[in-house]
Design a protein around this ligand. Sequence first.
Ligand SMILES: Nc1ncnc2c1ncn2[C@@H]1O[C@H](COP(=O)(O)OP(=O)(O)OP(=O)(O)O)[C@@H](O)[C@H]1O
Length: 277
Amino acid sequence: MLTLSGVTKRYPTGDRALTDIQLTLPKGQVMALIGPSGAGKSTLIRCVNRLVEPTQGSIRLEETEITRLSGNALRQARRSMGMIFQEYALVDRLSVMENVLSGRLGYVGFWRSFLRRYPQDAVAEAFRLLERVGLPHAIDKRADALSGGQRQRVGIARALLQSPKLLLVDEPTASLDPKTSRQIMRLIRELCAERELAAIINIHDVALAQQFADRIVGLRAGEIVFDGLPNELTSDMLTTIYGEEEWDTTPEPMDDEPAAEPPRARVFEGLAAGGAQ
Ligand SMILES: Nc1ncnc2c1ncn2[C@@H]1O[C@H](COP(=O)(O)OP(=O)(O)OP(=O)(O)O)[C@@H](O)[C@H]1O
Protein backbone atom coordinates (compact mmCIF):
# COMPACT_ATOMS: atom_id res chain seq x y z
CA MET A 1 0.00 0.00 0.00
CA LEU A 2 3.03 2.28 0.49
CA THR A 3 5.90 2.17 -1.99
CA LEU A 4 9.09 4.19 -1.91
CA SER A 5 11.16 3.99 -5.09
CA GLY A 6 14.62 5.45 -5.36
CA VAL A 7 14.01 8.00 -2.60
CA THR A 8 17.04 10.21 -2.00
CA LYS A 9 17.26 13.25 0.26
CA ARG A 10 20.08 15.76 0.23
CA TYR A 11 19.62 18.72 2.59
CA PRO A 12 20.65 22.18 1.37
CA THR A 13 23.59 21.93 3.79
CA GLY A 14 24.93 19.13 1.61
CA ASP A 15 24.08 16.36 4.11
CA ARG A 16 22.95 13.28 2.23
CA ALA A 17 20.33 11.82 4.59
CA LEU A 18 18.83 9.10 2.35
CA THR A 19 20.20 7.32 -0.70
CA ASP A 20 18.07 5.36 -3.17
CA ILE A 21 15.55 3.94 -0.67
CA GLN A 22 13.37 1.12 -2.04
CA LEU A 23 10.63 0.01 0.33
CA THR A 24 7.18 -1.53 0.01
CA LEU A 25 4.84 -1.77 2.97
CA PRO A 26 1.76 -3.98 2.69
CA LYS A 27 -1.56 -3.21 4.40
CA GLY A 28 -1.58 -3.95 8.12
CA GLN A 29 2.19 -4.36 8.47
CA VAL A 30 3.95 -2.85 11.48
CA MET A 31 7.50 -1.98 10.45
CA ALA A 32 10.14 -0.80 12.89
CA LEU A 33 12.81 1.50 11.50
CA ILE A 34 16.06 1.24 13.46
CA GLY A 35 19.53 2.65 13.05
CA PRO A 36 22.07 4.91 14.74
CA SER A 37 21.54 8.62 15.31
CA GLY A 38 21.75 10.48 12.03
CA ALA A 39 21.03 7.35 9.93
CA GLY A 40 18.04 9.07 8.31
CA LYS A 41 15.06 7.55 10.17
CA SER A 42 13.23 10.82 10.86
CA THR A 43 14.02 12.06 7.37
CA LEU A 44 12.46 8.92 5.86
CA ILE A 45 9.26 9.26 7.90
CA ARG A 46 9.04 12.96 7.06
CA CYS A 47 9.57 12.35 3.35
CA VAL A 48 6.52 10.06 3.35
CA ASN A 49 4.20 12.88 4.47
CA ARG A 50 6.29 15.51 2.67
CA LEU A 51 7.23 17.47 5.77
CA VAL A 52 10.63 16.96 4.16
CA GLU A 53 10.88 17.15 0.35
CA PRO A 54 12.70 14.19 -1.19
CA THR A 55 15.38 15.30 -3.64
CA GLN A 56 14.71 12.34 -5.93
CA GLY A 57 12.44 9.33 -6.20
CA SER A 58 8.76 8.61 -5.81
CA ILE A 59 6.44 7.77 -2.91
CA ARG A 60 3.09 6.17 -3.63
CA LEU A 61 0.32 5.58 -1.08
CA GLU A 62 -2.20 3.22 -2.68
CA GLU A 63 -3.13 4.99 -5.93
CA THR A 64 -1.76 8.38 -4.93
CA GLU A 65 1.66 9.59 -6.04
CA ILE A 66 2.50 11.63 -2.93
CA THR A 67 5.61 13.17 -4.44
CA ARG A 68 3.60 14.92 -7.18
CA LEU A 69 1.03 16.58 -4.91
CA SER A 70 0.80 20.17 -3.79
CA GLY A 71 -1.70 22.48 -2.08
CA ASN A 72 -5.11 21.00 -1.32
CA ALA A 73 -4.32 17.59 -2.76
CA LEU A 74 -1.28 17.29 -0.48
CA ARG A 75 -3.33 18.33 2.56
CA GLN A 76 -5.90 15.67 1.69
CA ALA A 77 -3.23 12.99 1.29
CA ARG A 78 -1.72 13.93 4.66
CA ARG A 79 -5.06 13.18 6.32
CA SER A 80 -4.57 9.56 5.37
CA MET A 81 -1.30 9.47 7.34
CA GLY A 82 -1.60 9.70 11.12
CA MET A 83 1.49 11.05 12.91
CA ILE A 84 2.42 10.02 16.46
CA PHE A 85 5.28 11.93 18.06
CA GLN A 86 7.88 11.37 20.76
CA GLU A 87 6.84 14.51 22.66
CA TYR A 88 3.12 13.88 22.02
CA ALA A 89 2.54 17.35 20.49
CA LEU A 90 -0.60 18.01 22.54
CA VAL A 91 -2.00 21.45 23.33
CA ASP A 92 -1.49 21.59 27.11
CA ARG A 93 -4.27 24.02 27.94
CA LEU A 94 -6.91 22.05 26.02
CA SER A 95 -8.82 19.07 27.36
CA VAL A 96 -8.11 15.49 26.33
CA MET A 97 -11.29 15.48 24.22
CA GLU A 98 -10.35 18.72 22.44
CA ASN A 99 -6.89 17.38 21.71
CA VAL A 100 -8.34 14.22 20.18
CA LEU A 101 -10.86 16.22 18.15
CA SER A 102 -8.06 18.35 16.75
CA GLY A 103 -7.26 15.23 14.68
CA ARG A 104 -10.27 16.30 12.60
CA LEU A 105 -8.99 19.80 11.90
CA GLY A 106 -8.21 18.79 8.36
CA TYR A 107 -11.84 17.81 7.77
CA VAL A 108 -13.89 20.53 9.44
CA GLY A 109 -13.81 24.07 8.04
CA PHE A 110 -11.56 26.72 9.55
CA TRP A 111 -14.30 28.66 11.38
CA ARG A 112 -15.91 25.54 12.70
CA SER A 113 -12.63 24.32 14.13
CA PHE A 114 -11.75 27.82 15.32
CA LEU A 115 -15.02 27.88 17.26
CA ARG A 116 -14.33 24.28 18.24
CA ARG A 117 -17.66 23.01 16.96
CA TYR A 118 -17.11 19.54 15.73
CA PRO A 119 -19.71 17.31 14.04
CA GLN A 120 -21.52 14.86 16.32
CA ASP A 121 -20.08 11.83 14.54
CA ALA A 122 -16.54 13.09 15.23
CA VAL A 123 -17.36 13.58 18.91
CA ALA A 124 -18.92 10.09 19.13
CA GLU A 125 -15.88 8.54 17.44
CA ALA A 126 -13.53 10.46 19.77
CA PHE A 127 -15.41 8.98 22.76
CA ARG A 128 -15.02 5.49 21.29
CA LEU A 129 -11.32 6.00 20.65
CA LEU A 130 -10.64 7.35 24.13
CA GLU A 131 -12.36 4.29 25.53
CA ARG A 132 -10.28 2.04 23.27
CA VAL A 133 -6.96 3.60 24.29
CA GLY A 134 -7.91 3.29 27.97
CA LEU A 135 -8.73 6.90 28.84
CA PRO A 136 -12.53 7.08 29.18
CA HIS A 137 -12.19 8.70 32.63
CA ALA A 138 -9.83 11.45 31.46
CA ILE A 139 -11.97 13.12 28.78
CA ASP A 140 -12.33 16.47 30.58
CA LYS A 141 -8.82 16.62 32.03
CA ARG A 142 -6.38 19.19 30.73
CA ALA A 143 -3.64 17.58 28.67
CA ASP A 144 -0.94 18.92 31.01
CA ALA A 145 -2.48 16.98 33.92
CA LEU A 146 -1.66 13.62 32.30
CA SER A 147 1.32 11.27 32.66
CA GLY A 148 3.59 10.63 29.68
CA GLY A 149 1.91 7.31 28.90
CA GLN A 150 -1.55 8.90 29.05
CA ARG A 151 -0.39 11.75 26.82
CA GLN A 152 0.83 9.26 24.26
CA ARG A 153 -2.56 7.48 24.37
CA VAL A 154 -4.21 10.82 23.56
CA GLY A 155 -1.74 11.27 20.68
CA ILE A 156 -2.68 7.82 19.37
CA ALA A 157 -6.43 8.53 19.62
CA ARG A 158 -5.92 11.87 17.83
CA ALA A 159 -4.02 10.18 14.99
CA LEU A 160 -6.75 7.54 14.63
CA LEU A 161 -9.55 10.10 14.50
CA GLN A 162 -8.18 11.07 11.09
CA SER A 163 -9.12 7.54 9.89
CA PRO A 164 -5.62 7.13 8.45
CA LYS A 165 -4.43 4.36 6.13
CA LEU A 166 -0.92 4.60 7.49
CA LEU A 167 0.63 5.54 10.84
CA LEU A 168 3.96 7.37 10.93
CA VAL A 169 5.34 7.01 14.42
CA ASP A 170 8.45 8.89 15.53
CA GLU A 171 10.10 7.53 18.71
CA PRO A 172 6.80 6.87 20.54
CA THR A 173 8.45 5.52 23.68
CA ALA A 174 11.57 7.67 24.00
CA SER A 175 10.23 9.56 27.03
CA LEU A 176 8.50 6.62 28.73
CA ASP A 177 9.49 4.03 31.36
CA PRO A 178 10.02 0.41 30.18
CA LYS A 179 6.59 -0.89 31.25
CA THR A 180 4.67 2.04 29.76
CA SER A 181 6.78 1.73 26.59
CA ARG A 182 5.69 -1.87 26.17
CA GLN A 183 2.05 -0.98 26.80
CA ILE A 184 2.18 1.79 24.18
CA MET A 185 3.87 -0.46 21.60
CA ARG A 186 1.35 -3.23 22.30
CA LEU A 187 -1.53 -0.76 21.88
CA ILE A 188 -0.17 0.53 18.56
CA ARG A 189 0.26 -3.02 17.35
CA GLU A 190 -3.25 -4.09 18.37
CA LEU A 191 -4.82 -1.02 16.76
CA CYS A 192 -2.94 -1.69 13.51
CA ALA A 193 -4.24 -5.27 13.49
CA GLU A 194 -7.82 -4.20 14.28
CA ARG A 195 -7.86 -1.56 11.53
CA GLU A 196 -5.52 -3.18 8.98
CA LEU A 197 -3.31 -0.13 9.35
CA ALA A 198 0.28 -0.12 8.18
CA ALA A 199 2.79 1.64 10.44
CA ILE A 200 6.37 2.82 10.24
CA ILE A 201 7.77 3.17 13.74
CA ASN A 202 11.07 4.96 14.15
CA ILE A 203 12.54 3.46 17.32
CA HIS A 204 15.91 3.22 19.09
CA ASP A 205 14.96 0.36 21.42
CA VAL A 206 15.91 -2.77 19.47
CA ALA A 207 14.31 -5.21 21.95
CA LEU A 208 10.98 -3.38 21.72
CA ALA A 209 11.21 -3.35 17.94
CA GLN A 210 11.88 -7.10 17.92
CA GLN A 211 8.98 -7.79 20.21
CA PHE A 212 6.27 -5.68 18.65
CA ALA A 213 7.06 -5.26 14.94
CA ASP A 214 6.30 -7.64 12.05
CA ARG A 215 9.33 -6.45 10.16
CA ILE A 216 12.50 -4.54 10.92
CA VAL A 217 14.34 -2.24 8.55
CA GLY A 218 17.82 -1.08 9.55
CA LEU A 219 19.22 2.15 8.17
CA ARG A 220 22.85 3.11 8.22
CA ALA A 221 24.13 6.38 6.75
CA GLY A 222 20.95 6.80 4.72
CA GLU A 223 20.89 3.31 3.20
CA ILE A 224 18.88 0.20 4.01
CA VAL A 225 21.36 -2.38 5.31
CA PHE A 226 18.82 -4.80 6.85
CA ASP A 227 15.24 -5.67 5.93
CA GLY A 228 13.84 -8.77 7.56
CA LEU A 229 11.91 -10.49 10.31
CA PRO A 230 12.60 -9.67 13.96
CA ASN A 231 14.21 -13.07 14.53
CA GLU A 232 16.59 -12.53 11.61
CA LEU A 233 18.21 -9.60 13.39
CA THR A 234 21.36 -11.37 14.56
CA SER A 235 24.26 -9.76 16.41
CA ASP A 236 26.17 -9.65 13.09
CA MET A 237 23.29 -7.69 11.62
CA LEU A 238 23.26 -5.32 14.58
CA THR A 239 26.96 -4.74 13.96
CA THR A 240 26.23 -4.00 10.29
CA ILE A 241 23.61 -1.46 11.33
CA TYR A 242 25.25 0.17 14.35
CA GLY A 243 28.93 -0.80 14.15
CA GLU A 244 31.06 -3.05 16.32
CA GLU A 245 29.68 -3.92 19.80
CA GLU A 246 29.37 -7.09 21.91
CA TRP A 247 25.61 -7.36 21.51
CA ASP A 248 24.93 -10.53 23.47
CA THR A 249 26.96 -9.88 26.62
CA THR A 250 25.49 -8.70 29.89
CA PRO A 251 27.22 -5.54 31.16
CA GLU A 252 29.89 -6.30 33.78
CA PRO A 253 29.09 -4.87 37.23
CA MET A 254 31.25 -1.93 38.31
CA ASP A 255 33.90 -2.78 40.98
CA ASP A 256 31.87 -1.31 43.83
CA GLU A 257 28.51 -2.50 42.50
CA PRO A 258 27.11 -5.90 43.62
CA ALA A 259 26.37 -8.30 40.76
CA ALA A 260 22.76 -7.88 39.64
CA GLU A 261 20.58 -10.90 40.43
CA PRO A 262 18.92 -12.10 38.22
CA PRO A 263 21.09 -10.96 35.25
CA ARG A 264 19.89 -7.90 33.35
CA ALA A 265 17.64 -8.26 30.34
CA ARG A 266 19.49 -8.47 27.07
CA VAL A 267 18.58 -7.29 23.64
CA PHE A 268 18.20 -10.85 22.47
CA GLU A 269 15.59 -11.77 25.03
CA GLY A 270 13.15 -9.91 22.79
CA LEU A 271 14.25 -12.19 19.99
CA ALA A 272 13.76 -15.34 22.04
CA ALA A 273 10.27 -14.25 23.13
CA GLY A 274 9.35 -13.68 19.46
CA GLY A 275 6.35 -11.65 18.28
CA ALA A 276 4.04 -9.43 20.27
CA GLN A 277 2.89 -10.06 23.78
N1 LIG B 1 16.98 20.09 8.60
C1 LIG B 1 18.17 19.54 8.31
N2 LIG B 1 19.11 20.23 7.67
C2 LIG B 1 20.31 19.67 7.36
N3 LIG B 1 20.64 18.40 7.67
C3 LIG B 1 19.74 17.67 8.31
C4 LIG B 1 18.45 18.19 8.68
N4 LIG B 1 17.76 17.20 9.33
C5 LIG B 1 18.58 16.14 9.36
N5 LIG B 1 19.76 16.41 8.76
C6 LIG B 1 20.89 15.48 8.58
O1 LIG B 1 20.41 14.33 7.90
C7 LIG B 1 20.97 13.14 8.45
C8 LIG B 1 19.85 12.23 8.93
O2 LIG B 1 19.17 12.84 10.04
P1 LIG B 1 17.86 12.23 10.70
O3 LIG B 1 17.40 13.20 11.74
O4 LIG B 1 16.92 11.83 9.65
O5 LIG B 1 18.47 10.93 11.40
P2 LIG B 1 17.81 9.97 12.51
O6 LIG B 1 18.21 8.60 12.14
O7 LIG B 1 16.37 10.26 12.64
O8 LIG B 1 18.58 10.43 13.82
P3 LIG B 1 18.07 10.38 15.36
O9 LIG B 1 17.93 8.93 15.69
O10 LIG B 1 19.17 11.03 16.12
O11 LIG B 1 16.78 11.13 15.43
C9 LIG B 1 21.93 13.59 9.54
O12 LIG B 1 23.23 13.70 8.95
C10 LIG B 1 21.43 14.96 9.91
O13 LIG B 1 22.48 15.79 10.36
